[in-house]
Design a protein. Sequence first.
Length: 149
Amino acid sequence: MSDRVPFSRRRRLSLAAALLAALAAALPAAAAEREKTDAKSLPGAPTFVNVTPIVLPVVVGNRIPRQVGILLTVELAVGHSQSEVRDKERQLTDAFITELYRIYGWRSGDTRVVSERLIKERLQLAADRVLGKGVVDAILIRQLIEQER
């Protein structure tokens, strides 16, 4: 018999609300950072675009045992502008969510579903499909939170 005490529904909801509140608190900061990155960059310097925060449940069977929140920044190749990303931001975010769900599905049985290396590789492929190969130099993970529910 397990010594683990199961979380009550109320406690799980409280934890989920706390995670969402923490990420919601990050939204104004992300918006401020977005405004900073919208300024003209120096010639030859890389251009960065912050992506809207993404919070997704990890589904295992008919349960949601955990959720993952991720803050991303896209580093553009020299010669590409933020407007190229802004014009296709919804498609890019949708492609990122699709890839993240795919990764979480593959790894849902593991102790930890997040793998920074795998996430960066798969999101780079998604960015190449949406924006075109060579537009994005790198996918940068600013924050990655995996929380049991």
